[in-house]
Design a protein around this ligand. Sequence first.
Ligand code: PLP
Length: 442
Amino acid sequence: MTGRYGEPNTLEPYWMPFTANRSFKARPRMFVGADGMHYLTADGRRVIDATSGLYCVNAGHGQPRIVAAIQQAAATLDYAPAFHFGHPAAFELASRLALLAPGDLDHVLLASSGSEAVDTALKVAISFHRANGQGQRTRFIGRERGYHGVGFGGISVGGLPANRRMFGPMLNGVDHLATTYDRERQAFSIGEPDWGGDLAEELERIIWLHDPSTIAAVVVEPIAGSTGCLPPPKGYLERLRAITEAHGILLIFDEVITAFGRIGHAFASQRYGIVPDMITFAKGVTNGAVPLSGVLVRKHIYDAHMTGPEHLPELFHGYTYSGHPLGVAAALATLDVYREQALFARAQALEAEFAEIMISLRGSPHVVDIRPIGLLCGIDLASRTGAAGARAFEMMDRAYHEHDLYIRVAVDTLVVAPPLIATASDIEQIRDSIDRALRQLA
Ligand SMILES: Cc1ncc(COP(=O)(O)O)c(C=O)c1O
């Protein structure tokens, strides 16, 4: 390949994120366009998108209203300084998000990525306690198999060994709950498994080990997403809420995947009737079209910070791109589309049929568990001996090259999370393609 000025243009210089670079560069999987449920390839194939990009394109690709909003924003106000100055649309977005959120989660910090949102939430948890005269509350409790992005804060509270082991000591004072997943007791459960709610009691043990007065926050995804979709056992999240509340510990729900309709509600918190103290979001808020993320915080957390001299920031934190005009425009248009097309209700209405279609892959080669919830489903494949991840990696590669299917994999789990505009026949097509690809695998 040559570049636009005739210079060499090769695959080599781009160090791709979370990618097997050598395999990719030997046999690339590229997309050159997208519309609706599909990606387009350079050789003219339409590849069905089974994972909404990376769980973000909930309203489908190329949504005209979102495209127009971004174009208009770029032409009107390309950038506004984020510190000490504002632009009206950012306030409109915050107001609309506050209305969508549960309870009194009515203030919003903005950032660009899920990782930044998580870092922001962790810092606000510590500063909140300090503002309340409890500066000793600095510990965090995350969970095994949790994913909270790739910042040092996120990998510290996260529980994916591969994301942690190369990066040294990370944050001090972090402990982890056990994963809620137990295949022997939960395999092929639809929605929240019956077994495992009591695992939340372990939180009491960890809290007392460190003393409740030292703990700032518990951080979990309501449904662990990136690890391969682990729905919470019945009663588990409710118990986490009760325990944290009893000890003055903040509860942070990381809803980067679960917000904006994936589970049939604006936020998964609403499915469980829980009001956490903070919610992190990203991805679906802009339909993936422009990076934008944020943290919703409860009123008392905001209020606790509103002290000190009036000419100084109350929180020494923020990003150049917090509330970027293009991201905000994309988010406002995305929220319009979600509302006008009633996409969260649509996801709810499709949930049972989606689960039935996914569960029908039981019996396909190598499948050892299937976990549907909302429009999200993890499908575990048996790992090859001594080569964890190899089978699903081959499946993903064949799916793209031979079956016109894009699907995300996590080690040996396939994750299906179609755009919320998917029809039952799109979901059947995804299912059939998965089945065909599985039948080719050793
Ligand atoms: C729950 C959760 N938190 C945080 C992140 C990190 O988001 P980003 O990749 O935008 O930094 C992700 C990404 O998948 C996520 O699923």
